[in-house]
Design a protein. Structure first.
Length: 197
C-alpha cells in the first residue's frame, strides 16, 4: 500500500493498494460526518476482492462541502487514476455510492470509469448529489447492489432506474451496514468490476 495525495485544491489523501497494477478501481467512502473514511470495511472488502491484479485507490474526502466538494474529490481521484492507469473502475458505498454516481455522470466519457459498482446508494443525500438522475448520464456498465433489509437510505429509486436502464442489480440479504458480509460484498462486486475492466 502507498499513500497518495490527490491534486485538486482540497486536502485529499488516498491509500493505493497494489500500485504496480495497470488497472485500478477508485473507491468512495461513506459519509464523512458519520465516520466514513478510506479504511471502511466495505471498501477494503472490494479492494481484497480485486487482488492480486487490480489496484484500489481508497480516498478520504476533503473538508465537508455538502456534496459539492466530495463529488469534486471523486472526480479528481478519477482524473489522477486516468492519467496513470490503462483502465479505471469506480466503486462507492452509501454516501460514497451517490458521490460515485454523480462523479461518473460529470466526467468526460473518455476519462470516465470503464465500470461502476455502487453499494447501498441513497437516491438523494444533498441537493448536490442526485444519484437517481445521474444514472441517465453515465456511459459505462453499472452494478447497483442493495441490502433487502436496508431501512437507512432510500435506495429504491436508484435500483428502479438502474433496472429500467438495463443495468445490473443485486439484492443481498442484509441491512444498510452489511455487518459480517465482507466476503459476500467482495464476491458480488469484485467479479463485476473485474469482468468490465
Amino acid at each position: 500500500m502507498t499513500t497518495v495525495g490527490i491534486p485538486g485544491g482540497r486536502d485529499v489523501t488516498a491509500s493505493l493498494d497494489r500500485p504496480a497494477s495497470d488497472t485500478v478501481v477508485v473507491a468512495c467512502p461513506p459519509h464523512p460526518q458519520y465516520g466514513g473514511k478510506r479504511s471502511d470495511t466495505r471498501l477494503n472488502a472490494v479492494s481484497d476482492a480485486l487482488a492480486p491484479d487490480i489496484g484500489c485507490l481508497r480516498f478520504d474526502y476533503g473538508a465537508w462541502d455538502e456534496g459539492r466538494g466530495e463529488r469534486a474529490d471523486a472526480e479528481n481521484a478519477l482524473a489522477w487514476a486516468d492519467e496513470k492507469y490503462d483502465a479505471v473502475g469506480l466503486f462507492g458505498y452509501s454516501f460514497g455510492a451517490a458521490v460515485a454516481l454523480c462523479a461518473a455522470a460529470e466526467v468526460d466519457s473518455d476519462s470516465g470509469p470503464a465500470a461502476l459498482s455502487v453499494l447501498a446508494p441513497p437516491a438523494g443525500v444533498t441537493e448536490h448529489l442526485d444519484a437517481t438522475t445521474a444514472l441517465d448520464a453515465i456511459d459505462c456498465p453499472i452494478q447497483v447492489v442493495v441490502g433487502k433489509r436496508d431501512g437507512t437510505v432510500d435506495w429504491e429509486p436508484v435500483l428502479d432506474r438502474a433496472t429500467v436502464l438495463g443495468q445490473t442489480v443485486e439484492r443481498l440479504p442484509a441491512d444498510h451496514h452489511f455487518v459480517g458480509q465482507s466476503g459476500r460484498i467482495g464476491e458480488t462486486v469484485g467479479p463485476f468490476l473485474r469482468d468490465h475492466l
